[in-house]
Design a protein around this ligand. Sequence first.
Ligand code: ATP
Ligand code: MG
Length: 563
Amino acid sequence: MSHSENTPRNFIRTIIDHDIRSGKNGKRVATRFPPEPNGYLHIGHAKSICLNFGIAEDYSGSCNLRFDDTNPARESQEFIDAIRQDIEWLGFTWNGLCQASNYFEQLYGYAEELIEKGLAYVDSQSAEDIRTHRGTLTETGKDSPDRDRAIDENLEVFRGMRAGEYADGEWVLRAKIDMQSPNINMRDPILYRIRRLFHHNTGDAWCIYPMYDFTHCISDAIESITHSLCTLEFEDHRPLYDWVLDHISIDCHPQQIEFSRLEMLYTVTSKRKLSQLVVHDHVDGWDDPRMPTVSGMRRRGFTAASIRDFCARAGVAKSQNRMQMSELENSVRWDLENKAPRVMAVLDPIKVVITNWPEDRCDEMECPNHPKIPELGTRIVPFTRELYIDREDFMEDPPSKYFRLKPGGTVRLKYGYIIDYQDVVRDENGMVVEIHCSYDPATRSGQDNSGRKVKGVIQWVSATHGITAPVRMYDRLFTRPLPADGKEGREFTDYLNPESLILKPNAVMESSLASANPEDRFQFERLGYFVADRHDSKAGAPVFNRIVSLRDSWGKLEQQHGA
Ligand code: ATP
Ligand code: MG
């Protein structure tokens, strides 16, 4: 697997290269990323962002961030702010910061132009009638009784709609295209509807709102976009976009190119479904570290570079684009491997008493912060009589190939000494609460001349110097690779993984971690990569999230479902 920030070739870049060679658009390249602010950005959006902003960067072009905000019922300033923050965090800078709602006046003008050309009409049919008269994939549509109204009347009613003379739903404006078209999008689509809703940008200025399809293509043209990149579901809308742009007085006609949506196993990438998870409290908000949202992944500890790397490797094509979660995880392992300092932590502590170690002795062990990068320096870790190791690293009745601590066994404490098992102390329920061991003074790490060889090396933390901090272990949000495939007639929420969050409230770790800043990342030796939580971690009271384990335990399973 290759990891690099060098964007691979793709068919869209081939088209752009060709356009530049032929001098099209004056060799200019202008793209945009056009989210509807009705949710937080997810990993699929990240792919589109990397594509649009990446192309603008590589071709010395421009890329706008444009909010396609035509449906005030579902949009909000919270979403706008989150989207801006996520794009900046991913490392991209927009040229224009645009809002389709800033074009409402122009859009209205183009609608009047269509009416004046006899290419749009007002319709008083009910929403239900309009829907049934639209026909189906196999059946053509039926003309509305309002279709042949005179231009003057259409104009008068449309102006009345804008002026607030009619109730919500009383009229709509429709394009007059072709009710017989095999493409349902061309069967006189609705362009405007009356909706008395407060808009986050235009307030109460409008009681009619343009439909997404009408707005989207004109907004691209207003911004002189050259290459309008979107996902495949808009392929069938392209003829409508072309029709609109061909029939209004605008000189720009962006070229739309469609690519396949990124899908990910063991999660969902649809704002509607993600919003359901939030609204029904299945997760702790849009930025819950288990969410495939950009802000969720950020909080989980993924780096912007790892997400960009993942998107580059997902590629851009028209064929199905289904990626494994383990690919994303490999990206962050790759990014953190040479950056994250190593520290020692114990998630489920059990006490080890070194019986031949004096009560008040404290040795300063010098530990490298990275095994392969000496420039990352060293730190001092105190070794004391009482230590903690992970409960998992001791077994009373182990299988034959168990090389960690066991009765009669020997283990090396990493960067410390070799210790030999002596005894255990149990509580009233028979549970082991303390392990007694002796240490071998000749085995101090770095100065070991004992010639002893041990197979197991485990991490440890001084019981007197370590700190306690909660650690949250995250895993797949769903138990099935395709939770939303509707098979078995179940809801995707039926497959939520009950073990997607496991809290380790008693974790102990080196005291240096008390001063970790939010978003500082570490490798906890043998356990994985961890981040100090962006919101919950405070100076002196850190809270850690596991970003990813050190090794991939899901990859094989996922490959069976991959593309
Ligand atoms: P959702 O289905 O999650 O609501 P959407 O397409 O409705 O997604 P928009 O806000 O309209 O969300 O998307 C903004 C841009 O991101 C569009 O150009 C869209 O094509 C692109 N996009 C959305 N989802 C994906 C995805 N899974 N993969 C790649 N691009 C995507
Ligand atoms: Mg959309």
